[in-house]
Design a protein around this ligand. Structure first.
Ligand code: 3HC
Length: 286
């Protein structure tokens, strides 16, 4: 099936990044949020990225204008009635996701694909509330979505070959490299990345090295662009904790058990760059 019109639900960090990427690749994009304030914030983030790219000379004013012309915001989910693909990027809460999938199933055309950007929740559970399980899959982007080259396509036990192929072509058209993962907690990347980040927290918690030395160690010793604490603050401590809990729920292996310090920091509201404070402090909230 040919995907031309894309809907994104949720204008947070991931949703706005996905919408931006799709508009840049030539798709007609509709971004939905639950309030005008959140929608303005999401659209503001996208327009800010295009301003930044224009200033840096990476894109022309004309290109930025074309991108802007391809994206609209809405507060009304019924506007998704003409979408070929809808990508869900709302909070990591299964009840909320099921409500959304059920509503979208009654709105989007027969045959349209509904995909979730969840980092760790089971896709089949979202699919179970729809009458189109074969058209549902995970489409997991990485932060920052416009820059990171990978997309995980998550096939459930019900996802059809046609849906997988359509998503593969869609991901490639965005300039991404897709990999196929099974619908198991953590998929491919987080199954490996989460225990790495949790180990860094445990190492620091147990006084084995300083935070700066752990970050420097992994950047200079392994060539990672960010150390684990930089990455934790960047991805969000809340997001990391939810992902760890989801994986631990499915695989009760101590490697996936969230360390107490991570829990306490999330309980304290120290989510990282998005709240201005995480393992380090930031002048501006992101
Ligand atoms: N849109 C388009 N381009 C953007 C952009 C945006 N929103 N934001 C940044 N860029 C571009 C910049 O213009 C720049 O391009 P240039 O080199 O042509 O000038 C390039 O991206 C790099 O940006 P910066 O110069 O601002 O910053 P850095 O060079 O320090 O790179 C980084 C920043 C790409 C974030 C790099 O540090 C990195 O790769 N970090 C690791 C990120 C990572 O591991 N992400 C995965 C997290 S896990 C996840 O998301 C899964 C989830 O489920 C938990």
């Amino acid at each position: 099936m040919a995907i031309k019109k894309v809907g994104v639900v949720g204008g947070g960090l991931m949703g706005s990044g996905i919408a931006q990427t799709a508009a840049q690749a030539g798709y007609d994009v509709l971004l939905a949020e639950v309030s005008q304030e959140l929608l303005d914030r999401g659209m503001g983030r996208i327009n800010g990225a295009w301003d930044m790219l224009t200033k840096k000379g990476r894109i022309t004013e004309e290109q930025a204008g074309e991108y802007r012309g391809r994206i609209r915001g809405t507060l009304d989910m019924r506007d998704f009635a003409d979408r070929d693909l809808v990508i869900e990027a709302i909070i990591e809460n299964m009840d909320e996701k099921k409500k959304l999938f059920s509503a979208l199933d009654g709105i989007v055309p027969a045959g349209a694909i509904i995909a979730s950007n969840t980092s760790s929740l089971p896709i089949i559970e979202m699919a179970s509330v729809t009458a189109r399980q074969e058209n549902i899959a995970g489409l997991h982007f990485f932060n920052p979505a416009p820059v990171m080259k990978l997309v995980e396509i998550v096939r459930t036990i019900a996802t059809s070959d046609e849906t997988t192929e359509a998503l593969r072509e869609f991901a490639q058209s965005l300039g991404k490299t897709p990999i196929i993962a099974k619908d198991t907690a953590g998929f491919v990347v987080n199954f490996l990345l989460i225990p790495y980040m949790l180990s860094a927290v445990r190492m620091y918690e147990n006084g084995l090295a300083t935070m700066d030395d752990i970050d420097t160690g992994m950047k200079l010793g392994c060539g990672y662009p960010m150390g684990p604490f930089e990455l934790l603050d960047y991805v969000g401590l809340d997001t990391t904790l939810y992902a760890a809990e989801a994986i631990y729920h499915e695989y009760p292996d101590p490697a996936y058990a969230p360390p107490t310090l991570l829990r306490r920091m999330v309980q304290a509201g120290r989510y990282g760059m998005k709240t201005g404070k995480g393992f380090r402090e930031y002048a501006e909230k992101r």
